[in-house]
Design a protein. Sequence first.
Length: 732
Amino acid sequence: MKRMRETGLIVAVALLSLVQPTAFAQPVTIPVETKHHALVLQTDANKNLGIVYMGAKLADKNEYTHVPAMYKQTAEYTGVANAAYATAGSRNLFEPAIAVTHVDGNNSLDLQYVRHDSKKLDENTSLLTVFLKDPVYNFEVTLYYKSWFNEDVTEQWSEIRHNEKGNVVLNKYASAGLYLKAGSYWLRQYHGDWAKEMQAEETRLTHGIKTLDSKLGTRANLFQPSVFMISLDKPATEDEGTVLYGALEWSGNFRVDLELDNQDNLRIMAGINNYASPYILKAGEVFTTPAFVSVLSSNGKGEASRKLHNWARNYKLLDGKGTRLTLLNNWEATYFDFNEAKLKELLKDTKKLGVDLFLLDDGWFANKYPRNDDKAGLGDWQENKKKLPNGISSLVQEAQANGVKFGIWIEPEMVNPKSELYEQHPDWVVKQPGRPEHYFRNQLVLDLSNPAVQDFVFNVVDGLFTKNPTLAYIKWDCNAVIYNAYAARLGNQSHFYIKYVQGLYAVLERIRKKYPTVPMMLCSGGGGRVDYAALQYFTEFWPSDNTDPLERIFMQWEYSYFYPAITSANHVTDWGKQPIKFRTDVAMMGKLGFDIVVSHLKEKDMTFCQEALKTYNAVKPIIWQGDQYRLQDPLTNAVAAVLYINKEKTTGVVFNYLVSNRYDAGSLLPIRFKGLDPAKKYTLKELNVYPGTTSTIDSSKVYSGEFLMKVGFNPDVKAGRNSVVLEVKAVG
Ligand code: DGJ
């Protein structure tokens, strides 16, 4: 033991000198700097590329080289513990980012720095490219760091290639590696299931590896999404603490390893899940990983979210700065039970309600095996002649005649065994040839790794638009996970999970090339799929089938850490016990829609909804494009509150909800606002006041921003007044 310790010490001293400038080789220091933060890469004398710093930016770049000497941690036995892209089979003793088997069967990899290249893509965006090479094998990795200065956001991905004489097996191929130093690390992660998406857990990371992953193939986030946050030293609050958000931009199996090592440092490896997926890489072929996006904030979770929201709207999300359509969906109003006459009535209700679009949901297709429930018809995308004798086009025309737009539901990646598609193309279906089929919601997944299936899926969408050029919206559903992963036409089965997602993206690329901005909702039986790769093709996502507004307050709160409100499709339904006002108020904190029987609304409820829609049309630019401040957490308060304010800090909307039914629960204390201009004067007016009731808020009173932020304001939330929406307006 003693001997071991001594050896460790010697190694540590030797290594410490390696990360310092030495007589042997000058280290190359590469800071990836944004407005407030820096990720600093540095080579050692052996050309290993390590991460020597991640945190608040220093004014003098030269000082980053002093960082390693400030750490007197226990022995470092490998010399590569801080590797920017850790390899397997050589000196690294920790979880690798990459593990390979070379053509000769050798499992070792060592990646040395060759050169790097930095360029500015525009005023705000920079791209760093670092070339690494194995000194023994003809094997290379290029690391990419794309950074957005103002938003403090970085995307990392890698390209892997070789020129060996044959195929190399990639056993692991992460997108990114990160390395953090702190006294303690606090992970906020999410788990869930249908109707229970985005359940948060926040815990201190203990030593060893914590893995967040999915092996579901499609609907990959059903049990766990790849989004997470790590607070350093203590759990960050909304406004305090250092916190890193991370997310993989990939709509399939993912894997995030968080390894707390013997030195108490945290290594993060994020990428496609290598589960059942060794990738056979041919000589000369390039394997490009998806991007891992991260944002760092030294001022808590709120700032991290706002930066990510800005980044998403400005650079990632399809039509992020654009507008969205309010809608009436018929799913919960009719389920599968409708016909043309019924839909025509609903189209009239759409107009009467005052939304922009009618969205026809599941059940409009299939004839041999009509889609009258979820057991048949999926895959047969011809209008059901009995329900819709005049086809979709007559409904589109009818919508137009009513002055509303028309949208439609599809689930083009899936098939019911009871369908003509399954009968005609059994080889298009993902299933093991020698094993019994196993279904998820009575359906199976189509093999999108097959180009013929890609064409089919593209044609489902293209066909709808070609026949109905004014079709204005698509709800793209995805309800099944992948069991028995096997693709009949795919040579190498271990490529299946990857090729599936690549196939999906290939189809979405084609759709977006032809239909660049038509809004599409990313639905996956709820939030089973949302991620920033998919959101390049979709304008919004469906957070959950659970639309009980009380549940939604919690769920939307958690989603809002990572995704801006404009992406969140929130529908008013009959879920939950709350009155229509409460349900509408909650749904307004995003992209508002309705899924109710409008004709069943009581007169006052109808008037309320119509007025609320007018109000929503006036304030939606603030909710969609403004800054979001989470004021009071529903998990720890009887009243939850969220504020959105425009960039000029002149107009805002504050949503307040009672989330406890305990005795006397309510806004006993004022709620402190955030994000206002302390020097400006504001008035507060209650919005969405239910017909026949009177607001208890005096809208003639004027308060300074300072007062509202230091003292706060009491929205007077209590039983019987359990949902209060306030408009904050600068005066003078
Ligand atoms: C699941 C979706 O989440 C629902 O909104 C609805 O579209 C159904 N599928 C239709 O089958």
